[in-house]
Design a protein around this ligand. Structure first.
Ligand code: AMP
Length: 308
């Protein structure tokens, strides 16, 4: 069984959407990625940090899904990373209201011995210095390194982020962030520029409009499933990334053809994540739910046409 190591925030989130508001609930990039990847029965571990205020039962809950949390440091006298965001009416855009780094501000990650030979590495959203430290701790380069990041780190630690980007295989990023990183409005040109920064594969997430996978001149598009109800898009990007790398870890196949399936898997899982606030839907998701919806994806995208 291949191993998957995930680095990213484990957090408290406070979210406001047109449908309601939550107080501090479980969130964080690594949390969403791991919950999503746990659908694939691979050996998954998280590297992160939380404060003494983080409920131990949240960790136990992750363990019950076969997610190893030995790499989550607990700083007893510190406070957990806190993020708060408010969505606009279209649910595709949001304003970040608060980003309190708290214990993340001086976090020195330690990769647990059991994961030093990980074949798949998911660098989820957090400080690029932490992402780089994890890359450096792994003695033999993993088979595939995937990076997810956001505008916050482009604004606050661009040089360090560019160094990480030069060392990875796949970047997953949303459309606005791809434009910011590349300085190009066209997503095709943006992907070309980002390829030149390092990654052979560029995945551009477009929220409810799906995701694009670029590999030099090859492009693949996966739609997002049209849903009747979207309650909370928080974590959709991370859930997508977890499904993407979970699929690749399980199949141990990193060809472009298989990455297309991985993009569909990611979109499929993300479609569940947005149906409830926070991580609730991902915590209660069954394999049957996932399979049923994969069939919907197939029907949504398949068509026959005769070419003249
Ligand atoms: P997404 O909606 O996929 O962009 O991810 C939202 C999750 O990312 C939330 O659960 C937040 O806790 C987490 N998050 C927000 N801002 C940051 C940041 N600057 N660094 C790391 N994680 C963040």
């Amino acid at each position: 069984m291949s191993k998957l190591l995930i680095v990213g925030t484990v957090a408290f989130d406070a979210i406001e959407t047109p449908f309601g508001k939550t107080d501090k609930i479980l969130g964080g990039a690594a949390t969403y990625i791991a919950l999503s990847a746990s659908q694939f029965d691979v050996k998954t571990g998280i590297v992160s940090v939380v404060g003494g205020d983080f409920p131990k039962e949240y960790l136990k809950n992750l363990n019950s899904k076969n997610i190893n949390t030995d790499g989550i440091e607990i700083v007893e006298d510190g406070k957990t990373f806190f993020w708060s965001g408010k969505y606009h009416n279209d649910l595709n855009t949001r304003d970040t209201l608060i980003t309190d780094l708290n214990v993340l501000a001086d976090f020195n990650p330690v990769v647990p011995a059991e994961f030093l030979d990980t074949e798949f590495l998911m660098l989820g959203n957090l400080h690029p210095a932490v992402q780089m430290s994890v890359i450096k701790q792994i003695p033999n380069r993993p088979k595939l390194v995937v990076l997810d990041t956001m505008n916050f780190w482009m604004d606050n630690a661009l040089d360090q982020l560019l160094e990480v980007i030069s060392k990875i295989d796949v970047i997953t990023i949303n459309d606005e962030e791809a434009r910011q990183l590349s300085g190009e409005y066209s997503l095709v040109k943006a992907a070309q520029k980002i390829h030149k920064m390092g990654p052979k594969y560029v995945v551009i997430k477009k929220g409810e409009h799906g995701a694009l996978l670029f590999n030099d001149d090859n492009v693949f598009f996966a739609p997002a499933l049209p849903l009747e109800e979207v309650f909370d898009p928080t974590g959709a990007g991370d859930t997508f990334a977890g499904g993407f790398i979970g699929h690749l870890t399980k199949s141990e196949d990193i060809s472009f053809e298989n990455m297309k399936r991985a993009v569909i898997s990611g979109s499929n899982l993300a479609s569940f994540s947005v149906e409830k606030f926070g991580t609730e839907r991902m915590e209660n998701l069954t394999k049957e739910d996932v399979q049923k919806r994969l069939l919907q994806f197939k029907l949504l995208t398949q068509f026959d046409i005769e070419l003249a």
